[in-house]
Design a protein around this ligand. Structure first.
Ligand SMILES: *Cc1c(COP(=O)(O)O)cnc(C)c1O
Length: 422
């Protein structure tokens, strides 16, 4: 189905119904003005060309309206986060009432654990996947300590088997069968930032719940990449950032999902602030805290509008492209990348990301045995922006909104040349 030639790659781009979207982004260039092969959308997504207009609009409204902008701006700032909710909810497969954009990712993870990690002396353990992103691991460990538990005992790792790179669902089942009644929370990252493995979220949520544990997901590498179908998974909560696949700018605000069955749950602990309070009486500051129903009730502060404007700009691009179309292209594009990398035919190369498109997003993690960081440097010198992970893994993530089949072709050519000239 695929062919290893520039003509073939260009033909795919020509036939790609989403090819025009590349032109809606700023593509970084080398010092000769040539576009770089940017495969790092898993780390920082590129900037839509409309983002500066969206931000400038808010700056202008601030300049001309001052405080009145809260109610008089074209997109009034008081309810500004609501303009994001529906579009964001569509991308992660949630009901709008289950989603809110607020804070940053690790902050939201902590806020969610305040509510959904309420350990008892017999049920206090937390399961994470073994190669969890460091921030998530620190957050989980500190929650255990905060409640007086030792992470050495309380943190359970779902680990690949000896000699394997991917986590097997049956091993998680075994953990739950052995220790399920001591496990308070399954906190699983998806899609794993290292291996690119997309875990079966619904099965994990059902497994956790069947043992009486709560279940949360970190979708930092999932949101805007795979379709997590959050509501239907039944997960209790999820968090994600907006600056990776969601192209909303460095450090931009994060997303948070709280399943609707918890919308009015007053049994949960909650850290609170005025933005989570009933909108009608928020400014009547002498009331007892009266939480908004749904995810909005977890908000703390009035949010940074400039950052939200960048999110709105990006979500409008996603909305125009349609997430299903993006996912379809993504499977083909990453399939082409896989074909080309296999075709290099170098037996030092091993793709550790699952081969089945349903078990991965757009990222491929390419292990090059006996390579070191010099390989990454050579790729960078050759105009490829990729991610390096010690000891020997290059991570490349063709994003269907702005990467082309030609990008993927050039990446594989350059990798092949570098390996041949070693
Ligand atoms: C990118 C990423 C983070 C980063 O957290 P911030 O709070 O946004 O700095 C955390 N966890 C995972 C899984 C990530 O991929």
């Amino acid at each position: 189905m695929y062919e290893n030639s520039l003509e073939f790659a260009r033909q795919c781009d020509k036939e790609d119904p989403l090819s025009e979207f590349r032109d809606k982004f700023h593509i970084p260039k080398d010092n000769k003005g040539e576009p770089l092969i940017y495969l790092c959308g898993n780390s920082l997504g590129l900037q839509p060309k409309t983002t500066s207009e969206y931000i400038k609009k808010e700056l202008d409204d601030w300049a001309s309206l001052g405080v009145e902008g809260h109610t008089e701006a074209e997109h009034p700032w008081l309810p500004y986060h609501e303009f994001l909710t529906e579009k964001m909810a569509k991308i992660v497969g949630a009901k709008p009432s289950e989603v809110v954009m607020m804070n940053t990712l690790t902050t939201n993870l902590h806020l969610m654990m305040v509510s959904f990690y309420q350990p008892t002396s017999s049920r206090y353990k937390i399961v994470v996947e073994s190669d969890a992103f460091p921030s998530d691991k620190y957050a989980v460990e500190s929650q255990l300590k905060f409640h007086g538990f030792d992470p050495k005992d309380g943190l359970i790792l779902w680990t690949p088997r000896e000699g394997e790179e991917l986590c097997r669902f049956e091993d998680l089942e075994q953990i739950m069968n052995e220790q399920g009644n001591e496990i308070a929370l399954l906190m699983i990252g998806n899609t794993n930032y290292y291996s690119g493995q997309n875990f079966p979220l619904k099965k994990i949520a059902e497994l956790g719940h069947s043992h009486g544990s709560l279940v949360g997901f970190d979708l930092a590498h999932g949101a805007g990449n795979i379709f997590p179908d959050l509501h239907n998974t039944g997960a209790d909560f999820a968090v994600w950032c907006s600056y990776k696949y969601l192209n909303s700018g460095p450090g931009s605000l994060a997303g948070c999902f709280v399943h609707e069955r918890h919308a009015n749950n007053t049994e949960l602990n909650r850290f609170t602030g005025w933005w989570g309070h009933n909108k009608q009486t928020r400014f009547n500051m002498r009331h007892e805290f009266d939480p908004l129903p749904g995810a909005e009730g977890w908000q703390l502060s009035n949010p940074p509008i400039l950052s939200m404007a960048a999110i709105l700009a990006s979500l409008d691009v996603f909305d125009e492209a349609g997430f299903q179309n993006l996912r379809e292209k993504s499977e083909k594009l990453t399939g082409y990348l896989e074909f080309l990398v296999d075709d290099i035919g170098d037996d030092r190369i091993k793709i550790i990301t699952p081969r089945n498109p349903e078990e991965r997003g757009c990222q491929l993690s390419i292990q090059v045995r006996s390579a070191n960081k010099l390989l990454h440097t050579r790729l960078t010198e050759a105009g490829v922006i990729s991610d390096w992970r010690e000891p020997d893994v290059v991570r490349v993530a063709p994003a269907p909104l702005y990467n082309s089949y030609e990008d993927v072709f050039h990446f594989a050519e350059r990798l092949k040349n570098i390996l041949a000239n070693e």
